[in-house]
Each structure stands twice: as C-alpha cells, then as structure tokens.
Design a protein around this ligand. Structure first.
Ligand SMILES: [Zn+2]
Length: 432
C-alpha cells in the first residue's frame, strides 16, 4: 500500500477517533485488536494475534468474568468468530512483522487498553462535541492509548511504503492491559517476541511533555508492584458469641494503617497506597472475609525489594495478631530499568530534523509505573537496546481525567519521529 503523507494525516485522525469511540478494558480489547489486525494485514504485514502473540498464563491477573462479558460484547458487534476464538481467555495482543532483507530487528511497542471512566459529555469536550466520544459506558481512552495505536498504524504504513530502502526487520507489538501492569508486557515477552530485538522503541503522548512539538528522548519510570491480600476470619453473632468470631475487617483495616506507616528507606523514594478495602456482610456478624488491593511505586529496584519484604511482613503479622488466615497475591508488576543512551541520541537527531518539533529534552523522570519497562529490560538482558520516548501534546486535562484529550496534531509528529528512527537504524549499509 502506498500512502501519501497527506492521506496519512487524515488516516491518523480517522484511526484515532474510531478507536477512541470503542474503548475496552485490559485483556478485553477484542474489537480493538481485530481492527488493528485488519489494518496491519492491509499494509502487507505478517500478523499474529491471540494466543500466538501472548501467553495468558504469564500475565499476573486476567479478570475472567470481565473478559467473558467483553468477548460477548465484541461478538454482538460483529467481530468475526474465528478472530474471537483465537483471542479467547483475553489473549488480545497483536504482533506484526515486516522483513526487509538482512539487518537488525527494530521493534515498537504500543499499548491498547482503556480506563474505567465515564467520558465527559459536555460540549467543551471535543470528542463529545464532534461525535467520537466513547460508546462503551464506563470506559474511556483517557491516557492517549488510542493515539498510541494510531501512531503505531501510521509508522507501520510509513515503513511498509519505504520497505525497499530498509535492511532488517520491523516488528510491532500492540500490548493489552498496560494500566495496572496486569502482565500484558510479560505475556508478550513470554512468547519470545523481544528476545531477538536489537532496538525497541516505546512511546507515550503527553505525560511530562505537555506541549505539541515537545519531544523527550528518554523517560524513566518508577518500579511498581501491586498486590491483593485476602484475610479469612470466622463469622459469629456479635452479641451472643463474639468470642467465636475472627474479625477479617479489622485485620484488613489494621493492615491498611500499618502499610501506610512503613518507614521510608534510604534506598530511594517510594509511595504506597491501599486503594481498595472490601469486607463483611452485615452489621450483626463478625466480618469473616476482607480483601485489600495495594500498590507501591519506587525509584529503585532496591526500594522495590525493601517494600516487597515489608508488605509481606505487615500482612502476615497483622493476620497473626487478629487470628485470621491470609493470602497475598501479586497482581501487577513492572521494574525500573536502564535505557539506551544511544537510541535516545538517534531520536534526538531525528527530532532535530522535524520542522514540527520545537523543543527537545534528553531526559525526564515520570512518577508512574509503565510496564514497557518489562520489555525494555528483557531486550537489554538479551544484549539489545530499548528506549521510552515522550511525544509532546497539549492536553485538555490531565491523564486519567474524564475530560482528558490530546492534540491530534501530535500524531504525525509521533509517526515522523519513530519511523525516522527506524529508517536510520535500518538504513541499508548502516554499520551500527
Ligand atoms: Zn498511559
């Protein structure tokens, strides 16, 4: 397929709006993945998806009931049965490849999931005003992943159109379930798709780059771990036989307080939050069960290790004090990792040549987790290089807000930047 640049600008907006209107949760991106497969096959890529593209067993948490409901939702909206069959169980990753002779392998990673938010419907919100707001109540692309997918398709189309000039392989990883670090990246890595990658490029719109035309070549993220702890007590009549009860609610509440009181560490900054506490059935019965979900974000792997240890001790110790059973389960994780200065320098060179780029920063630190680090670390462990870059965009409101919206003008900058970097890395005769 040949796409003139003018056509591509319109296609980017069209892809973005189509995907924006149909947001799906992590590991439930059935319709999203199916439309990515359609486009990538149309560009001439070899595409694998579903269980061929990821190992659901390697994910930390696949929310099974939700997956089944969204599977039906996609079926009702006409996603072909054969596609859904291969994605069953929440295997919604898509991997596309184009081999252009011998040379290095350049991979790109884009996230595809949405957030549990009801999108604003006021006329000041552009997607609502222009008719492409979410059609899936309670879910919204409020972090720009719709834009990331559009950029990914744009880079794929651009590189397919100039494949004769490239020496090597390009591979696109469209990853489910970035939010919550539920294991979408780990599930793709488990199929070996990054083990032979020489260069891995990842990107995000906005974040620390909140003007269109601003590029940050390299961005570090916090390491993060997320746990679900359950406490198992014993129900009893609170007046007749209170001594027989074992109060799981109080155990969970005491654990929540103790978790928030974990001492700081000289190993690095961290933030911990108990974000969910569910317990009990009614006021006359000792609460027999309780669940808490907690997450922490740390500056260093050493601080992550410290917190893992302290969190386990607090849960176990509190359970013992209250005489209840406990279980602690990892439901999300991403490391912090070193990124390639060399790739950051390539991006800087490419960005400097783009007329639409008005500001280039070498580095930013983002105080959030991002499981692209799972893939970047795996690439580095196998001798390759990875980098995470920010494509700046003016934002209508902050990330994860019902009024979040980015500037669609940033999409073509993202495409020019990433496709330009790939062309540089895969230039025939490139001695790197
Ligand atoms: Zn995001």
């Amino acid at each position: 397929m040949t796409t003139s640049l003018g056509d591509l600008g319109a296609a980017l907006v069209q892809w973005r709006r189509d995907l924006h209107a149909r947001p799906e949760p992590g590991f439930c991106e059935f319709r999203t993945a199916s439309s990515l497969v359609d486009e990538l096959e149309r560009f001439g890529y070899e595409v694998v998806y579903g269980v061929d593209a990821m190992d659901p067993g390697a994910a930390h948490l696949v929310p099974e009931e939700r997956v089944a409901a969204w599977h039906r939702h996609a079926q009702e909206r006409g996603v072909p049965a054969e596609r859904l069959e291969r994605m069953s169980g929440g295997a919604t990753a898509v991997v596309a490849e184009l081999r252009c002779g011998s040379g290095p392998t350049v991979a790109f990673r884009f996230d595809i999931d949405a957030l549990p938010l009801q999108e604003a419907d006021e006329s000041s919100h552009k997607p609502a005003r222009e008719g492409y707001a979410s059609r899936n109540p309670g879910w919204m692309h409020a972090c720009g992943h719709d834009g990331h997918m559009a950029i990914g398709l744009g880079v794929a189309a651009t590189l397919a159109a100039c494949s004769d000039d490239l020496g090597g392989t390009v591979r696109f990883l469209f990853q489910p379930a970035e939010e919550g670090a539920l294991g979408g990246a780990a599930a793709i890595a488990a199929r070996g798709f990054v083990d032979d990658v020489d260069y891995l490029l990842c990107c995000h719109l906005g974040l620390e780059a909140r003007e269109t035309g601003h590029v940050v070549c390299r961005t570090d993220f916090m390491a993060t771990s997320k746990y679900r702890a359950t406490f198992a007590g014993r129900g009893a009549h609170v007046v007749n036989s209170p001594q027989d009860g074992r109060n799981a609610l109080l155990a969970a509440a005491a654990a929540a307080l103790a978790l928030h009181a974990i001492a700081p560490t000289s190993e690095g900054w961290f933030s911990l939050n108990v974000g969910v506490l569910n317990a009990g059935t009614e006021q006359g019965v000792t609460p027999a069960s309780a669940t808490i979900d907690l997450g922490f974000w740390t500056e260093t792997s050493a601080a992550q290790e410290y917190l893992r240890d302290r969190v386990h001790s607090v849960i176990e110790g509190t359970a013992r004090v209250w005489g209840v059973g406990f279980d602690i389960r990892l439901i999300g994780e991403a490391p912090s990792c070193m990124q390639s200065e060399n790739l950051a320098a390539v991006l800087r060179r490419v960005a400097a040549r783009l007329p639409a780029v008005t500001r280039i920063d070498d580095y930013a630190l983002c105080r959030a987790g991002e499981d692209a680090t799972v893939l970047i670390k795996r690439v580095a462990d196998h001798g390759g290089q990875g980098v995470y870059t920010l494509v700046g965009s003016a934002l209508a409101d902050g990330h994860h807000s019902p009024r979040f919206d980015f500037d669609e003008g940033a999409l073509s900058i993202g495409v020019d930047l990433l496709a330009g970097a790939a062309r540089e890395l895969l230039r025939v005769g490139n001695g790197e």
